[in-house]
Design a protein around this ligand. Structure first.
Ligand code: NZQ
Ligand code: ZN
Length: 385
């Protein structure tokens, strides 16, 4: 029987027109810092909508949080938080803006050095300003979880952090806001959500029927509606299902009590830090090679995945597993996310550095059974060339 505790306090306001409800979710006398990225929220009109919804609050802005947000940028935002005595943060954007804002919320309440907070992976967090989010990109699930990833540019280090105080107070999720995404980000979002599910599902069986069936439902939804988001550019129903799937993929529910992998993510973070490859692109590169390498250890769940997700029932178990891994790769390619390192200009000469960085960051026993050593990571990267 499984043992777990589960808690998710994020209030979700989902659907058309949900931004208009912002004012009710933030204290009327709050001093709000709206955080955003490189400017898409200005061209799409979302930022103006957010301003219009905040009628009585005193509002400030901090823009320029980059994809794969950096500690250096968040430190500049911290200066604004302090100078303007901000007491509420409202992140408007994708995973990068949400993650950067989570870290900002914690750094604002921390006496010591923010770099130290990051190196503690969030364990040293002592408090956090209240944070709300308006989602413009469905991918990471950051809107309904308490984690984030931040890059220390000076050392090319991309580190994950989490803390129970980092759950947003609320998440405003209007699927229409994602209609302006370029194809690359649509593909990235679907692949990221898919791999989040896989890393909590494709391990070994523990008789977690609810988690398994829920995970399979999310994967089937992403397989069905992901390609439609690329071909039916104004289909908001498709975007709604993708947005909810991405959020459910990483809000803690399907991972409750079950073994988790995350080796693909950890290797992926090094690829982003060293080569600037988009987060989801790194996952599309690593996952098929990782599944192939770990097919013995993951045998039973791979057979289940082949049957229930890809409807593969012909041939023996081994043949089904081979076909399921091939289908996974094909799906990523269908989402226009290339699955080979060579497509991103990374060659065999870069592998020593990547494996060295994994070691430097303590990523030496990854996977659900801590079996993914640096040697295994190297093998996987070689297979992904
Ligand atoms: O910066 P702007 O101008 O807003 O443009 C962004 C950015 O260039 C653009 N964009 C966002 N919404 C848009 C839009 N363009 C047009 N219309 C819209 N509605 O999309 C680009 C990418 O945005 P970004 O936030 O970087 O993408 P994503 O949501 O994929 O987030 C990636 C980050 O999240 C981390 C990743 O490591 C990466 O740093 N992750 C966070 C997780 C979490 N908190 O739980 C888990 C994930 O595994 C992941 O690691
Ligand atoms: Zn991810």
């Amino acid at each position: 029987m499984l043992n777990f505790s589960y808690r998710n306090p994020v209030k979700v306001v989902f659907g058309a027109g949900s931004i208009a409800q912002l004012s009710k979710e933030i204290p009327q006398d709050a001093r709000v810092l709206i955080t955003y990225g490189g400017g898409s929220v200005k061209t799409t009109g979302t930022l103006a909508e957010v301003h219009a919804a905040l009628s009585t609050q005193t509002v400030f802005e901090f823009g320029g949080i980059e994809p794969n947000p950096s500690l250096e940028t968040i430190q500049r935002a911290l200066a604004v938080v302090k100078a303007e005595r901000i007491d509420f943060i409202l992140a408007v954007g994708g995973g990068s803006v949400m993650d950067g804002s989570k870290f900002l919320a914690a750094a604002a309440c921390y006496e010591g050095d923010a770099l130290e907070l990051l190196h503690s992976r969030g364990r040293k967090i002592t408090g956090a300003l209240p944070l709300g989010v308006v989602v413009t990109l469905a991918a990471t699930g950051s809107e309904t979880n308490n984690g984030g990833v931040l890059t220390h540019l000076a050392t090319h280090t991309k580190l994950a952090f989490s803390h129970p105080l980092l759950f947003p107070r609320f998440a405003i999720m209007d699927p229409a806001k994602t209609l302006t995404l370029p194809a690359r980000q649509v593909g990235n979002g679907v692949v990221d959500a898919f791999v989040h599910v896989v890393e909590q599902y494709l391990t070994y069986p523990v008789n977690a029927k609810v988690q398994d069936r829920f995970a399979e439902g999310l994967l089937l939804t992403l397989i069905e509606d992901g390609p439609k988001a690329l071909s039916e550019l104004d289909n908001v129903e498709v975007r709604a299902n993708l947005m909810w799937a991405a959020s459910q993929a990483l809000n803690g529910l399907i991972g409750a009590g079950v073994p988790q992998d995350w080796s693909t993510h950890m290797i992926g973070h090094e690829l982003t830090a060293a080569h600037g490859i988009d987060h989801a692109q790194t996952l599309a590169i690593v996952l098929p090679a990782m599944l192939q390498d770990q097919r013995e250890a993951k045998h039973d769940k791979l057979v289940q995945y082949a049957e229930r997700v890809w409807n593969l029932r012909d041939g023996n178990a081994d043949e089904r597993i081979t076909a399921a891994i091939a289908k996974t790769r094909d799906f990523f390619e269908t989402m226009q996310v290339p699955t080979r390192l060579s497509a991103y200009g990374v060659g065999a000469e870069h592998l020593d550095h990547l494996v060295g960085q994994l070691q430097a960051h303590g990523m030496i026993k990854l996977g659900e059974r801590q079996a993914v050593t640096p040697e295994v990571s190297r093998r996987v990267l070689e297979a992904a060339l």
